[in-house]
Design a protein around this ligand. Structure first.
Ligand code: 13P
Length: 256
């Protein structure tokens, strides 16, 4: 068993990120953001990751607010013949703060490899965006006892590609079997994997104690506090519940 490193826990400000996935409309987004603005600010840092077509709207709606915003993906390239893609430079021009890299839905549905995810994280950092690198095992991998091997392999590609800049990324542990299923990892299961990730980061960077590792997968208002109380869990990456203002606000309140 990997011992958790708790030295940095007290000084890490937690982060709660809403991943809207491919949901929303201009009207629904405006309503959701207005409600969130009214509910905040929170002790924790808060951000929303919207579909790219809405990002300019979101930036406008959040002007002057402490809620940050991010994209759900970016190209590993700066510009060129990459139809359909959006570059980190373009996102940065709008004031984007975060970009998800390697969400399991993209790994599975767009065949994103560990190296491509690492290259996307590198492109994001080059434009001063903070990549939120997602890792996580499938149910079959967990049942085969491969959880640790899978998440370490996914993270090691990013560590190898970014070198000492690894300390500038946020990591999100999202067990695939917990995403959108209502089956949350227990706080103990999640903490155990977070401790593995923390120690892998410790071996790569002296600043790993300051890095945020988020948990994602069926986080709801009623389970957020216990998850966020784990020593190596520094906030959450929230899917379904981030579309409901009251639920997302309650989850943000549960973080510190
Ligand atoms: P749910 O919160 O809907 O399980 O989604 C988690 C997720 O994939 C966030 O990126």
């Amino acid at each position: 068993m990997v011992m958790a490193d708790t030295r940095g826990a007290a000084r890490r400000r937690q982060l709660v990120v809403g991943n809207w996935k491919m949901n929303g409309s201009r009207a629904a987004n405006a309503e959701l953001l207005a409600a969130l603005r009214a509910a905040g600010p929170w002790v924790a840092e808060v951000a929303v990751c919207a579909p790219s077509v809405y990002l300019a709207d979101v930036a406008l709606s959040l002007q002057g607010d402490s809620i940050a915003w991010g994209a759900q993906d970016c190209s590993p390239f700066d510009a060129g013949a990459y139809t359909g893609d959006v570059s980190a430079a373009m996102l940065a021009e709008f004031g984007c703060r975060y970009v998800l890299a390697g969400h399991s839905e993209r790994r599975a549905m767009h065949a994103e490899s560990d190296q491509l995810v690492a290259d996307k994280a590198k492109a994001a950092l080059a434009h001063r965006l903070t990549p939120i690198v997602c890792v996580g095992e499938t149910l079959a991998e967990r049942e085969a006892g491969q959880t640790e091997g899978v998440v370490k392999r996914q993270l090691s590609a990013v560590i190898h590609t970014l070198g000492h800049c690894i300390s500038q990324v946020v990591v999100a542990y999202e067990p695939v079997w917990a995403i959108g299923t209502g089956k949350t990892a227990s706080p103990e299961q999640a903490q155990a994997v977070h401790a593995v990730l923390r120690s892998q980061l410790m071996a790569a960077s002296e600043h790993a104690g300051d890095m945020k590792i988020l948990y994602g997968g069926s986080v709801k208002p009623d389970n957020a506090a216990i998850l966020f109380a784990q020593p190596d869990i520094d906030g959450g990456l929230i899917g379904g519940a981030s579309l409901k203002a009251a639920d997302f606000a309650a989850i943000c309140r549960a973080a510190h």
